[in-house]
Write a protein that binds this ligand. Structure first.
Ligand SMILES: Nc1nc2c(ncn2[C@@H]2O[C@H](COP(=O)(O)OP(=O)(O)OP(=O)(O)O)[C@@H](O)[C@H]2O)c(=O)[nH]1
Ligand SMILES: [Mg+2]
Length: 236
């Protein structure tokens, strides 16, 4: 049994090779973890780079989606694939270095006591990197307060995408009933986990600024998330 890191990618050609090298050469040496890239047919050729890397790393897997159907769809396909494998820990992480891979061994250790470990910007010692645009941080803070209040849920970082799931927590959620398409997926998954009475820890980390490549988040995606929270609140 070992962990699997699931990396959704859309146009991450500038990041993917560096990220995979860092995971396998610096943090999980001797390939004590697997990585699954779920690529939504990125026009910049991210999947081609991943295929080349598979020649070097036998623990690197690639799911090629035919088209971009949103972050939720990519993660659901990735989770379903991983749940069929011999894994005990399922890690969600962006492929743009905003989430520090180095903290993963500590977070994985914490899954001995907790069902879900959320890497959090909104607990003591959790931060945004100082050079992040203030509008972005304010929007995230407000979004989290809004979601937390509507859902009446104690999780501070509901929107974050750096989460470490045990098999128990992930299997407690019916992935076919997830209603989110975009980034509200992160909120919906954590809320369902909370409703399923799983033991949850928020582990502090510093959210870095994206160095290479472009953000996929836009006003439409954010608006969709704000509205979806009401549907999530009343979904079964
Ligand atoms: N497979 C897949 N990956 C996606 C999709 N949309 C975003 N991603 C990936 O999901 C991760 C998070 O997306 P970002 O655009 O970095 O979102 P963010 O980190 O909230 O925003 P920034 O701070 O602006 O970077 C990245 O690894 C993206 O490449 C999608 O539709 N399909
Ligand atoms: Mg990002």
């Amino acid at each position: 049994m070992k962990p699997i890191i699931i990396l959704p990618t859309y146009n991450e050609a500038l990041n993917v090779e560096k990220m995979i090298n860092k995971i396998f050469n610096e943090v999980f040496k001797n390939q004590q973890a697997d990585v699954l890239i779920v690529d939504s047919n990125s026009p910049d050729g991210t999947a081609n780079i991943a295929e080349k890397l598979q020649e070097k790393y036998k623990n690197l897997h690639l799911l090629k989606q035919e088209k971009k159907l949103g972050l939720a769809n990519a993660y659901i396909e990735g989770f379903k694939w991983a749940l069929k494998g011999d894994y005990d820990t399922f890690i969600q992480m962006d492929c743009d270095f905003q989430h520090p891979v180095e903290i993963l061994p500590d977070c994985i250790e914490k899954t001995k006591e907790y069902d879900l470990v959320i890497s959090s910007r909104y607990v003591k010692d959790g931060h945004w990197s100082k050079d992040t645009n203030k509008n972005r941080t304010n929007l995230s803070c407000l979004g989290n307060i809004y979601a937390k209040t509507i859902l009446n849920c104690p999780i501070n970082d509901l929107t974050g995408g750096f989460n470490i799931w045990t098999k128990k927590a992930l299997s407690s959620i019916d992935l076919d009933k997830i209603i989110s398409k975009g980034y509200s997926f992160q909120i919906e998954m954590k809320y369902k986990c909370f409703k399923n009475n799983m033991k949850i820890l928020e582990y502090p980390f510093t959210f870095n600024k994206r160095e290479y490549g472009e953000s996929k988040i836009n006003k439409k995606i954010m608006l969709e998330a704000l509205i979806k929270i009401w549907k999530i609140r009343f979904s079964k």
